[in-house]
Design a protein around this ligand. Structure first.
Ligand SMILES: [Zn+2]
Length: 175
């Protein structure tokens, strides 16, 4: 499994038409241990200078899966990591720290407003989505999710008035 994934990544990178996000999205079809093994291989072997998106995506999977042995390696990339609008480096760092503190799930990081985390995460189950048609600005879309880890429910409001969607998390009160 691992060698097949590695070969497929290497062929993709050579083809010049490689779509890193698409490739890494498909990884969730694999078991956690296969994903961890593959992503560890990527962060050890793939050049960050040549393929930074690929390495960053591998670290994203390792952080989301709370693979703590990769945390030290991750920290060594700090000075080379050009950040994006949603504080990607800090987000991954918070995920690792959260795991290190013994958390069973990523909720504590997701709902932190600094990171603008979309509600579409593999460890969240979507309960319901609502479009608020009569709103002209601000939050126009509500997504209700349940954390598969801790069972907590969240209401995530999305607004699209900026260049990219903003996610606002609040705990969902049971009625
Ligand atoms: Zn949770």
């Amino acid at each position: 499994m691992l060698s097949k994934l590695i070969r497929s990544l290497e062929e993709g990178l050579q083809s010049g038409e490689f779509k890193p996000h698409k490739f890494f999205d498909r990884l969730i079809e694999y078991s956690s241990s296969d994903r961890i093994a593959f992503c560890k291989w990527v962060v050890d072997k793939i050049s960050f200078e040549d393929h930074s998106t690929v390495v960053k995506l591998a670290f994203t999977h390792l952080a989301l899966l709370r693979h703590l042995p990769s945390y030290e390696t991750f920290l060594s990339f700090e000075s080379r990591w050009t950040n994006t609008y949603h504080n990607q480096y800090q987000f991954l760092k918070a995920l690792f720290e959260n795991g290190k503190n013994g958390a069973d799930c990523n909720c504590a990081v997701y709902h932190n407003g600094r990171f603008n985390t979309p509600p579409y995460q593999e460890d969240l189950e979507i309960i319901e989505e609502k479009h608020l048609d009569d709103v002209d600005f601000g939050i126009t879309h509500l997504v209700y999710v349940r954390c598969i880890g801790c069972g907590k429910k969240w209401e995530v409001g999305l607004d699209y008035i900026y260049h990219y969607p903003h996610s606002h998390w609040s705990p969902l009160r049971e009625t």
